[in-house]
Design a protein around this ligand. Sequence first.
Ligand code: IMP
Length: 181
Amino acid sequence: MPEKGRNQLKVLIRRAAIRKRVQEVAKEISKDFKGERVHLVGVLKGACIFLSDLVREIDLDSSLDFIAVSSYGKGKESSGQVRVNKDLDSSIEGLNVILVEDILDTGLTLSYLKRILLQRRPHMLKVAALLDKPSRRIIKDIEADYVGFKIPNEFVVGYGLDYAERYRNLKDVCILSMPPE
Ligand code: IMP
């Protein structure tokens, strides 16, 4: 893994492990919704790579939509205030919605998204998160229904996750450590 600038990258989850786990999660979803249609809602931009691998492994009638949010915050910290930058293209009323997230950290983004999506009366709303950092949770009762990997309290990039829009294209999930400012 090349070093980018002065930031250090260390592999946390290798691409082969990600591929295997994505297949397992897709299998679980396919079993839970057997015979039904699922509507996957990807949270841009971080979830785009997870979603595109996941949907291709799901053996169900599926459709896709995307929502883009940003949370105000400085550097690696989120402040908890979330703003929708791009809303869904179509109604989710009556659909089996699976919200696809890159990472569940404090839970503030997910709690906001669940609230606004539930107001639109889907038949069901489930959450699939590639990564979960339970030790960082501020919203205590928020969980994903499908979790790829529980990870320690480290800032990670790759497989869709970024730092200042960089590193999304890394094939492995890597820990990013930066020199102090
Ligand atoms: P939460 O609202 O604190 O749960 O944060 C969710 C969002 O923060 C994620 O969708 C990511 O965009 C971002 N985030 C949280 N932790 C990380 C990380 O370790 N690397 C990259 N982005 C992260």
